[in-house]
Structure formats: C-alpha cells, structure tokens
Design a protein. Structure first.
Length: 99
C-alpha cells in the first residue's frame, strides 16, 4: 500500500501541534487533520521509515542510476547512460515534469 502525502504538515497551521510532542501526540493530530485511517497512517509511517536509509543527504554522493539516451528530437536511441560512468565530469540533473 502506498499513500501519497502532499507536502509536509505545517506545524503553524495546526494550533495544538507543538515542538517536543511525543510521536503518539503527533499521530493523534495527524489523524484529526488528515483524510486517512489509523491503519493507513501506520502504513505510511512504516513506508517512510523503510525508505530512510536510502534517502540521499545534501552534499552526499548521489545514488547511481541509469537513463535512456535521447536524440535531439527526444527519441530514444537504444543506448543507456549510467551516472557512475560520468564520475569526475560535470553533471547537471534537472528533475521535473515537461508534459
């Protein structure tokens, strides 16, 4: 099960949310303001926790990945390029949707 969370909870928008609260207190508030059940919330938190070891940190090494090489008309060439093959060369990564 995957639950999409759009953005982060803005603590200032929830009057009862205060720094130093216990996880149980935060869960209770989440369940009041989010459109999800307690099992959905627990699944979301378990999924987030499972991903934590894989989350890149600012200034850290980027995770290796490969992509299709595109021609000038955005058609696939059949080739792949892997980030690790570009080690030592300048690389610019742009993430976004261009549809």
């Amino acid at each position: 099960m995957s639950i999409e969370v759009k953005g982060e909870l803005d603590v200032s928008s929830v009057p009862d949310m205060k720094p130093g609260m216990t996880p149980q207190d935060r869960k209770a508030i989440w369940l009041q303001v989010a459109d999800m059940t307690e099992p959905e919330f627990d699944a979301m938190m378990a999924e987030n926790k499972a991903r934590q070891p894989n989350v890149p940190v600012e200034g850290g090494e980027a995770p290796d990945f490969n992509l299709d090489v595109l021609d000038r008309e955005s058609g696939r060439t059949g080739e792949k390029i892997q980030l690790s093959d570009l080690r030592g060369k300048p690389v610019g990564l742009i993430f976004g949707s261009y549809t």
